[in-house]
Ligand binder design. Sequence first.
Ligand SMILES: *[C@@H]1O[C@H](CO)[C@@H](O)[C@H](O)[C@H]1NC(C)=O
Ligand SMILES: *[C@@H]1O[C@H](CO)[C@@H](O)[C@H](O)[C@H]1NC(C)=O
Ligand SMILES: *[C@@H]1O[C@H](CO)[C@@H](O)[C@H](O)[C@H]1NC(C)=O
Ligand SMILES: *[C@@H]1O[C@H](CO)[C@@H](O)[C@H](O)[C@H]1NC(C)=O
Ligand SMILES: *[C@@H]1O[C@H](CO)[C@@H](O)[C@H](O)[C@H]1NC(C)=O
Ligand SMILES: *[C@@H]1O[C@H](CO)[C@@H](O)[C@H](O)[C@H]1NC(C)=O
Length: 562
Amino acid sequence: MNLVLLFLILPVLGQLPLPNPPYLPPDASTGASPSSGWNTLLGNLLYFYDAQRSGQLQTNRVSWRNSSALNDGKDVGLDLTGGYYDAGDFIKATYPLSFTLMSICWGAADFGAGYDMANQTAYLDSMLRWGLDWLIKAHPAPSTLYVLVGNTDTDDAYWGGDQNIPANRPSYAINDTHPGTDAAAGAAAAFAACSALYSNRGFNGSYAKPASLSNATYAQTLLTHAEQLYTFAVNATGGQKTYQSSVAQVAASYGSSSFGDELTMAALFVSWANSSTQYSQEAQHYFQQYQLSGQNDVFNWDSKTPGVYVLFAQIAQATGGNLTAWQAECERYFDAIVNNQGPAFLTQDGLLYYTGDSDDASLNPALNAAMLLTRYAPMASTSERRDSYQKFAQSQLDYVLGDNSMSVPYVVGSNPNSPSNPHSAMASGGNDIGNIDTSPVQEAYVLYGAVVGGPDKRGKFYDIRSDWPETEVALDYNAPLLTLAAMHVLNDTSDPFYTTLQAGAYDKVRPAGQPCDNAISAGCGSSGLPRPALIAIAVILSVVGAFILGLLLWYIWSLLRA
Ligand SMILES: *[C@@H]1O[C@H](CO)[C@@H](O)[C@H](O)[C@H]1NC(C)=O
Ligand SMILES: *[C@@H]1O[C@H](CO)[C@@H](O)[C@H](O)[C@H]1NC(C)=O
Ligand SMILES: *[C@@H]1O[C@H](CO)[C@@H](O)[C@H](O)[C@H]1NC(C)=O
Ligand SMILES: *[C@@H]1O[C@H](CO)[C@@H](O)[C@H](O)[C@H]1NC(C)=O
Ligand SMILES: *[C@@H]1O[C@H](CO)[C@@H](O)[C@H](O)[C@H]1NC(C)=O
Ligand SMILES: *[C@@H]1O[C@H](CO)[C@@H](O)[C@H](O)[C@H]1NC(C)=O
């Protein structure tokens, strides 16, 4: 028996034994037939997270990945190896990781029986622990949380495999004197949501049971971290503030816009995990204080308010609270979405689109909305609403899985028409940052199960590797689809939309030329740098702009004075 196989079947201490032989994604061509159902999609979506692993790999199914970044944390005398690379690059970012873990644990509590049915629960357990065990390392003291490992500038300047990642990978933390309310509360919510899952706590009602991975010891460990981080978020001696005001380095990649939504979400999930009425009262308090009612925000790593509405409703239902008030809040929010009342609108070919938030990674807001709608629908006050919510969610899911004007299922390796050039330095096999698109011509490895950014607002998708707004992959892009796939494993008689798409469907409509939503094309007005760099440039430009404006005002003032 060769060594690789031996590693594959050796159990990792504490976690569920992985299937032997392992689940490996089938060739994309099988996605053009009905035999490739929701089980395969669920399996592939989880497989993507294996491909993103950092640190010392043990049971990795992804043959082309190697152990990497084995010195993370040494700069601060800690072991911060492990965890996941955030996207197509190599930073490890706590804030979006926390959101991803929270989202997946919440989904696995509601529709977890889908993981069981698809024989994917051991992979779910393995995926979650790889993230949570790292988050535990990143929280070495009650009021210390590492929020970034890696240097965004060095990282943006590197394009290559996992063996030559630039060694300059500093570790940045928030602490009592330099707090980050959003990042601490976000991590608290992730720990609490996952603690509830590992305690086998579901919301019952019309939901399925949680995935069968309960472990009381692990649940307690997670809860302890959740409670400590929540206290840190609330009571840091440095006060409450966004984490980029303490650690400026995160502003270039994942700066946060506010923290009231995270505080509320954390209080709610901790109250759910430890059954404390005090925490649920605090959640109500923050909800009022930060005026979260009546918002029409997108749901994503930075913006959690819509999730707060749904979680309040679920907890009210599960604990015999007043569901009516939360139904009204949820239905106000969801009715605006399904009735096209803004601020989001439907693109010409049917994608829910939030101007600004959907401009990069257009599928993510739509998938997150579909996930929340699917979760909420069984609680709707009328059957008409339930049906319209489910129908709308299905339309967005179908869109992502190929029912769009490009005939592209936006999950890599799921069908012959899937994207073949995801913006992932590791999967591309290239190391020439000046020629990302052509070196090599064909992506070296198929990044099975990765959800890419998505088409532009005209529905056009160009499948160009350097076009990060459309082709980049990220931990948080996969999360809502995972929950939707688990629900469909349980509840569907029809197969994913892409099973009807035969090879060549995309080639017939593939747009010529260059996309207009990014800069690889001249004349479209934006740059081809990845999201973090772009934000940094925007900040610099506005500083320069303010400076020029200042000069101008000074000049006018001196003219007037003269
Ligand atoms: C539960 O999780 C803990 C912590 O990871 C582990 O040590 C233990 O072996 C697990 N127990 C079972 C029964 O899997
Ligand atoms: C892992 O190492 C092998 C052998 O050196 C190499 O061919 C492969 O490209 C590496 N994987 C990545 C993602 O860099
Ligand atoms: C607290 O965090 C800030 C920002 O990361 C850092 O500069 C400072 O050294 C930290 N303080 C301690 C005592 O570790
Ligand atoms: C924050 O500090 C106050 C005052 O000491 C205390 O009453 C409260 O319980 C603390 N909050 C948390 C979440 O620990
Ligand atoms: C529940 O909330 C609704 C709306 O706020 C209110 O009209 C109703 O009286 C409440 N019901 C109970 C039993 O408190
Ligand atoms: C599952 O499908 C049935 C029948 O279409 C529907 O009534 C039910 O609400 C669905 N469950 C979920 C969680 O969407």
